[in-house]
Design a binder for this molecule. Structure first.
Ligand SMILES: NC(=O)c1ccc[n+]([C@@H]2O[C@H](COP(=O)([O-])OP(=O)(O)OC[C@H]3O[C@@H](n4cnc5c(N)ncnc54)[C@H](O)[C@@H]3O)[C@@H](O)[C@H]2O)c1
Length: 248
């Protein structure tokens, strides 16, 4: 049985990493998937992987920090696949390790604009569509940095705490509208953004995980599938850590 036959899904920042794994998995579960990114080549590559595997996907460029882009993204889903039922707000960018007092305003704004403002704008466009069309289901990709302190990564931590707050507030605002809103909080996952960090930092991440390993993007996709499916029909406003035990 496939979970998402006849459903349309969008995944922001699905040209790489966790977003790509989520897009691939949703397509494998029968959804028509709108792949979106600011990197057109990467987005096209995700679509190609999905189509090669027998799935249905189309690419639309969207910088999530742009209200015009996210509005156009929802319209693209409707025009291309006839609707929108599932949304995964995955776009988020970190900041270089630095203490709070040393951050420049552009560094702060860059992370906040994509990670927090982008999630807000995406949710606004999606919820407007869902309210007018009989409901829908949202999963935001937060981070354990949204639950715990993040010394040296304060813009990222502040943005992810904000993503969790948006998740909880929107879940309650929409609890009677047929719209569920949940978040997955990944721990350290093996993707490109982690690969950019210094070796020392990477080894440190794995050592801190109770399971003594980094997670895989597919392990995040598994949690997203559950939250988007009817298997979690009484679940809204939760933040599910997928982190090898780190948060515990
Ligand atoms: N990798 C981890 O260990 C980890 C841990 C916790 C949370 N997360 C979160 O998971 C999500 C995905 O992270 P990842 O590691 O897979 O990232 P990644 O770096 O592998 O991929 C990020 C993608 O985002 C795209 N992107 C960048 N700016 C964008 C924008 N303004 N609009 C749309 N797309 C944009 C990039 O082009 C790229 O394709 C992020 O929200 C991240 O904060 C990751």
């Amino acid at each position: 049985m496939m979970f998402f036959e006849s459903k349309v899904a969008l995944v922001t920042a699905s040209g790489a990493g966790i977003g790509r794994a989520i897009a691939q998995r949703l397509a494998a579960e029968g959804a028509a998937v709108v792949v979106s990114d600011v990197n057109d080549e990467a987005g096209a590559a995700t679509v190609a992987l999905i189509v090669e595997a027998g799935g249905n996907a189309a690419y639309q460029r969207a910088d999530v920090s742009s209200p015009e882009d996210v509005t156009a993204l929802v319209e693209f889903a409707v025009e291309t696949f006839g609707g929108l039922h599932l949304a995964v707000n995955n776009a988020g960018i970190g900041s270089m390790p630095k203490e709070l007092q040393d951050l420049t305003l552009p560094e702060w704004d860059r992370t906040i604009n994509v990670t927090l403002r982008g999630t807000f704008l995406s949710m606004q466009a999606e919820i407007s569509h869902f309210r007018a069309n009989g409901g829908g289901n949202i999963v935001n990709i937060a981070s354990i940095a949204g639950i715990r302190a993040t010394p040296q990564l304060t813009p990222y931590g502040a943005a992810k705490h904000g993503v969790i707050s948006l998740t909880r507030s929107a879940a309650l605002e929409n609890a009677q509208q047929g719209i569920r809103v949940n978040a997955v909080a990944p721990g350290a996952i093996e993707t490109a953004s982690l690969a950019e960090l210094p070796e020392e930092a990477k080894a440190g991440y794995a050592a801190e995980v109770p399971m003594h390993r980094l997670g895989k993007p597919e392990e995040i996709a598994n949690a997203v599938v559950w939250l988007l499916s009817e298997e979690s029909s009484f679940v809204t406003g939760v933040v599910l850590p997928v982190d090898g035990g780190t948060n515990a």
